[in-house]
Design a protein around this ligand. Sequence first.
Ligand code: DC
Length: 218
Amino acid sequence: MHVAIDGPSGAGKSTIARALARKLGLVYLDTGAMYRAVGLKALEQGLPLKEEAPLVEMLSRTRLEIVRRGDEQRILLDGQDVSERIRTPQVSMAASAVSTVGAVRRWLVAMQQALAEGQDVVMDGRDIGTKVLPDAEHKFFLTADDEVRARRRFDELRAKGQEVCYEDILSDLRARDLQDSTRAESPLVCAQDAITVDTSELNIDEVVLCLLALMGRA
Ligand code: DC
């Protein structure tokens, strides 16, 4: 079974996808982490984040691996675990920038499709229902008001001990929403056959229950 969960940043996709995967005994795959790892490497190498040629050259000497520890996903970039280092506001913006580049998307989409092949997965991202797994049995599009999403991201980063400012997070999130939904290659859109769920007024358990009910698994 393939379950596709798309939506803008901070709509709760990863938390919900992880919980859903655990309940259904499926593998969870966070595709945003893959764009983040590419963004991190491009940042560290000082590359222009939206230029195809230098990014293609960088990818030709890049090894990305997804490994599982228990039900946790870790991401290895050239053999190094970068799972924590990709979770900063700077890397979020870099991930969004490199994700506008067609060659980066093709490289990652091929990897994501290979990972899903022959496996039951819940995958979250921006183009899962439209591009990566167009034949997924279940497709959901999670949304929430931007201020609710910014507040969630702020609380999450603060809980991890990061010094962050709510206003900066809100403006980064709006900039990312705009960039992700207006890029030429696979912009963030709701797949025609996806069910939209607004999570603004719901907690995680309520969203998971709602999705399970929509899947006929409640
Ligand atoms: O889900 P996230 O916030 O970790 O994703 C980081 C960025 O990666 C996001 O701003 C856009 C990009 N992305 C994408 O273009 N396609 C995906 N399937 C997942 C993420």
